[in-house]
Design a binder for this molecule. Sequence first.
Ligand code: TXA
Ligand code: MG
Length: 350
Amino acid sequence: MKAKYSNQKEKLNIKEIEEAAEEIKKGNLVLFPTETVYGIGANALDEKAVKRIFEAKGRAGDNPLIVHVSNIKMVEEIVKDISDVERKLINKFWPGPLTIIFNRKSKEVIPNVVTANLDTVGVRMPNNEIAIELIEKAKVPIAAPSANISGKPSGTNIEDIIEELQDKVDYILDGGFTDIGLESTVIRVIGDEINILRPGKITKEELEEVVNDVKVDSHVLGKVGKDDVVASPGMKYRHYAPTTSCMMIYSNDENKMISRINEEIKELEQQGKKVLVLGKKEHLDKYIVDNKWNMGSDLNEIAKNIFMLLRKVDKEDFDFVIIEGVESKGLGLAITNRLIRACAYNYIIV
Ligand code: TXA
Ligand code: MG
């Protein structure tokens, strides 16, 4: 089976979004853009359809999916209650890249397969016209993980993922490059406190404008041990990883970082390895290596490019990739969280 392709890059083709919505209603899978990354969507109320997502991605059954909605009424049908803090967050950040983990209403509404049997459900309202139209036309909430085979970097454009996924979905809505490039911030509100389970575009600093107490879960930057109990099952799994070995190097002293990276380059090249460096645009000419790629000049650009670059690495024949780290503040926390996983925790802070 090969999916039907619809080009929505220049302007919306509502007729084709309606066709895609029909596929959702029939229990089929649709690849669609959000403002963060692409998603593989199915009717969140249809257990069989959602099971197909897990098969398509090769995803572990204990890793729950985010349910995407287009209006508040849909949320109220799914969740038990919405607290004052949660309402404030919804008003401030939705539609947008914030997933809130709510208490689940009853097991009959959202099937267990979506939430991996948890008593909670992750919900978000994407800030993307194509996604919102798709949900509106399908008239059901859409469960969707990031569009990638489990373990690989999330898809930020159709070209990167079409080979991987075209035989696994029924319809492809191509909205061009996604705006943000990293997945949504995932949070859980407990009383007046927010716990960040996965950092994203909505930063700790922005959440602090809503409540005083915002914590970053210890597993966001820390390594997850085999027997650790985690607040979000996704934390346990290998993520965002190219096949080529990589290492992240960071120092808040720029020159120190650059010289450490140059030392590593020398050593790896002495071992006969073909090395690639991913760095900020303004650092590139300081590296003593032939192969160097521009990650961007600021955090927004780096966030937008990083998954595309990690995927591109595997199309070439490098033996080793050295990636510049960024300061883990603001959006930098999300970038750091993804990079240390992409490097399988192989990183040095100097
Ligand atoms: O930006 C995004 O969030 C993208 C787009 C497509 O919306 N979606 C996405 O989904 O990144 P996925 O499945 O790749 O990541 C969802 C993360 C996982 O780490 C999962 O464990 C966590 O959210 N999650 C989902 N439901 C949860 C729940 N009830 N409790 C704790 N964590 C949950
Ligand atoms: Mg994912």
